[in-house]
Design a protein around this ligand. Structure first.
Ligand SMILES: NC(=O)C1=CN([C@@H]2O[C@H](COP(=O)(O)OP(=O)(O)OC[C@H]3O[C@@H](n4cnc5c(N)ncnc54)[C@H](OP(=O)(O)O)[C@@H]3O)[C@@H](O)[C@H]2O)C=CC1
Ligand SMILES: O=C[C@H](O)[C@@H](O)[C@@H](O)[C@H](O)C(=O)O
Length: 294
C-alpha cells in the first residue's frame, strides 16, 4: 500500500497525514516554525494548552497567509483543566485566535492539580462527558474531539458510555514503542492513530539505529524520513514530527513508500530496544493501563 497523504476521520473530515509537532517549541521560535511549515506544504499543526505556546502558534498560522480552513489545527485540554473544560476551550480559541479547532484532545486521562499532583477526586470520564456536550452543542467551535495517551483498558471504560466515539487517539508510536495492542484496537473501532514522538523525541537513539540507517541509505533519505514514513505507510495513521529548524521541517515532509519487510524489520527494533519518551507515570496515575508500563 503506498504511503498516505491524508486520512478520513469518523466525522468525515480529512486530516493530513503529516503534522508539525510543537511540544517544547519555544515562543520566539515556534511562530517561525509554524509559518515556515505552512508556507512549505504542511497543512496540519499540533499544539496543546500545556505547551504554553498557543498564542505564538496562532501568530504563525496568521503569518503564513494560509486561510484558516486550509489548516488542520489540533490542541489539547490540559490535565489541570479537566474540572472546567468549557473555560479551557475558550482560552485555547482565544490564544490561537481562531473561531474553531479541527480537533480537541483530552491530553491525558489524568486530572491534575495546578501544582502537578494527581487530582484523584475527579474522574476523567466526567471530563469526556463535558467534552462531548461541548462538541454536540458547538459544532461551529469543535469539528472533532478525541483523546491522547489512551490504552485499551481505558478505551474499554470510555466506549461503554461514550456518546461520541473519539475521532483520534494520539499516542507515542515509533519502532521502540509500537503499541500493537492499542493500535489494532483503534483501527478496529475506526479511531485514527496519531503518532507522537515519531523520531523518539530529543536526542533519540533511533536516528542512529542500524536498521533505520540501512533503510535510509537504500532510499537516499535521512533516518528521520524512515521513522516518519513508517506511520504514513499504515492505514489510519497520522504522524507529528517536531522541529524548529528550517531544513529539518522541509526534510521531514518527504515521505517514502516502505516494503512490508522493511516495516517488519523496523518493528523488530522494539524486541531489543524498547523505550518511551513520555512515561505515563509522570501524571501520578501509574501506567494508565499500558501493558509495558506495569
Ligand atoms: N499527546 C502527547 O502527550 C504528546 C504529544 N506530542 C506531540 O508530538 C510531537 C512530536 O514529538 P516530540 O516528542 O516533540 O519528538 P520528535 O520525535 O518529533 O523529535 C523531535 C526532536 O527531533 C529533532 N529533529 C527533528 N527533525 C529532525 C531530523 N530530520 N533529524 C534529526 N533530528 C530531528 C528536533 O530538533 P529541533 O526541533 O531542534 O530541530 C527535536 O529535538 C510533539 O512536538 C507534540 O506535538 C509529543 C509528546 C507527547
Ligand atoms: O505532549 C507532551 C507530553 O504529554 C507532556 O506534556 C508530558 O509528557 C509532560 O509534560 C511531561 O513532562 O512528561
Amino acid at each position: 500500500m503506498p504511503a498516505t497523504t491524508s486520512v478520513t476521520l469518523n466525522t468525515g473530515a480529512v486530516m493530513p497525514t503529516v503534522g508539525l509537532g510543537t511540544w517544547k517549541s519555544k515562543p520566539g521560535q515556534v511562530e517561525h516554525a509554524v509559518e515556515f511549515a505552512l508556507k512549505n506544504g504542511y497543512t496540519h499543526i499540533d499544539t496543546a494548552a500545556g505547551y504554553q505556546n498557543e498564542t505564538e502558534v496562532g501568530q504563525g498560522i496568521k503569518a503564513s497567509g494560509l486561510p484558516r480552513e486550509k489548516v488542520f489545527l489540533t490542541t489539547k485540554l490540559d490535565n489541570p483543566d479537566q474540572r472546567h473544560p468549557a473555560k479551557a476551550l475558550e482560552a485555547s480559541l482565544k490564544k490561537l485566535d481562531t473561531p474553531y479547532l479541527d480537533l480537541w484532545l483530552m491530553h491525558w486521562p489524568a486530572p491534575m492539580t495546578r501544582d502537578g499532583q494527581p487530582d484523584k477526586g475527579h474522574d476523567w470520564l466526567d471530563t469526556w462527558k463535558v467534552m462531548e456536550d461541548l462538541y454536540l452543542a458547538h459544532p461551529e467551535k469543535l469539528k472533532a474531539i478525541g483523546v491522547s495517551n489512551f490504552s485499551v483498558e481505558y478505551f474499554e471504560r470510555l466506549l461503554k458510555v461514550a456518546r461520541v466515539v473519539p475521532a483520534v487517539n494520539q499516542i507515542e508510536l515509533h519502532p521502540s514503542c509500537p503499541q500493537d495492542d492499542v493500535v489494532a484496537y483503534c483501527q478496529n473501532k475506526g479511531i485514527v492513530l496519531t503518532a507522537y514522538s515519531p523520531l523518539g523525541s530529543d536526542n533519540s537513539p533511533l536516528l542512529k539505529n542500524e536498521t533505520v540507517t540501512k533503510i535510509a541509505a537504500k532510499y537516499g533519505v535521512q533516518p528521520a524520513n524512515v521513522l516518519i514514513s513508517l506511520h504514513a505507510n499504515k492505514p489510519m495513521h497520522t504522524v507529528l514530527p517536531k522541529s524548529v529548524t528550517n531544513e529539518r521541517i522541509l526534510n521531514n515532509a518527504k515521505i517514502i513508500d516502505l516494503t512490508p519487510e522493511e516495516i517488519g524489520e523496523l518493528h523488530d527494533i522494539d524486541k531489543t530496544h524498547h523505550f518511551r519518551a513520555c512515561h505515563p507515570s509522570w501524571t501520578g496515575f501509574g501506567g494508565l493501563g499500558f501493558p509495558d508500563c506495569k
